[in-house]
Ligand binder design. Structure first.
Ligand SMILES: [Zn+2]
Ligand SMILES: [Zn+2]
Length: 319
């Protein structure tokens, strides 16, 4: 059966707020996804938002420099805290048990030299899929452009050095074997600054995914950022396909209104790159699923065309 996936979803916006997961909220995400033609979602909250992660990993930035970035990271980390991993897992499992089309996931950052601690922390939970992300280069949250200290750091570094550091971190994350899917694989382009010839970096990213057996995520989140395009860039997506790297699709929504956002355009990118299947996960095990047809132009994901000769599986509604 063809599945249409949104495999990167957060229940909570960033910043200080109560962080409680409820079955009702998960059900609302499933309803919004279904209305947009998505047939399976993965809840993938950030690991760092949970007190269990803070207990093991909090302070990882302390032995870094410069002090301005170390301070900014410490402040930002503190502002993101408050979740209970057990409670999050229980809520998603309860939704699953109720028959909702959701799998249990997490978005896991790269903690250099500490990925064994991450693996130990997560080993006791029944995750279906783990996303692996690079958001930080040392204490620099390079994609957190709302923070002045983080945003200013872009002017202190060369674009090539940033891309090189990012790619090295991605390679180490992939080689750690802790996660299943590379989230927003070329996040280093977030500001729109890129090397004149990104090929070398793209080749390293595709090789890292291929040798680790990780899938890559095709995400509409980049359209909401200064770069204004999906992750990954078409030349990188082409390299993933030629390297035999499987793909998921994702909105990286941090709220209900963006669930399944621009999924039709993602389907168009996949078709242009020659992909005819996605990969879904259960219990950390991948399985290929046929790529459903792209929705009609202008429908922004709401009206997937049924396979020829077969009726749609469910009525199509607009969110
Ligand atoms: Zn992310
Ligand atoms: Zn995310």
């Amino acid at each position: 059966m063809a599945l249409v996936l949104d495999y990167h979803l957060h229940l909570w916006e960033h910043g200080p707020r109560p962080l409680e997961a409820t079955v009702e909220q998960v059900a609302a995400y499933c309803e919004a996804a279904t209305a947009a033609g998505v047939t399976e979602i993965a809840l993938t909250e950030h690991l760092f938002r949970f007190r269990q992660a803070d207990a093991v990993l909090g302070g990882w930035w302390d032995d870094h420099r410069p002090p301005a970035l170390v301070d900014a990271m410490g402040r930002w980390w503190a502002s993101e805290q408050g979740g209970d991993l057990d409670q999050y897992v229980e809520a998603v499992l309860a939704a699953k048990a109720a028959g909702l089309p959701v799998v249990l996931g997490l978005e896991v950052d790269h903690y250099p030299g500490r990925m064994h601690q991450v693996a130990e922390l997560l080993a006791g939970y029944p995750f279906d899929v783990l996303l692996g992300s690079v958001h930080w280069l040392g204490p620099w949250g390079f994609d957190n452009l709302a923070d002045e200290a983080f945003a200013a750091e872009w002017d202190a570094r060369s674009v090539d050095s940033v891309w090189d550091a990012y790619t090295t971190s991605l390679e180490e994350l992939a080689d750690s074997g802790v996660c299943d899917v590379l989230a927003h694989p070329d996040l280093c382009k977030v500001t729109g600054r890129r090397p004149e010839v990104p090929d070398e970096f793209h080749a390293r990213m595709a090789e890292a995914a291929a040798r680790s057996g990780m899938a890559a995520e095709v995400s509409s989140a980049g359209w909401r950022k200064p770069v204004g395009e999906a992750y990954p860039a078409p030349p990188l997506l082409d390299r993933f396909r030629r390297a035999g790297v499987a793909v998921t699709t994702a909105s990286d929504a941090h709220g209900l209104s963006r669930v399944a956002e621009r999924r039709g355009e993602l389907a168009g990118l996949l078709a242009a790159a020659g992909y005819d299947e996605l990969v879904a996960y259960a219990g950390r095990r991948p399985r290929p699923v046929p790529l459903a047809g792209a929705p009609a132009p202008g429908s922004d994901g709401a009206a997937a065309a049924p396979p020829a000769g077969r009726p749609p599986a469910s009525p199509v509604r607009r969110a």
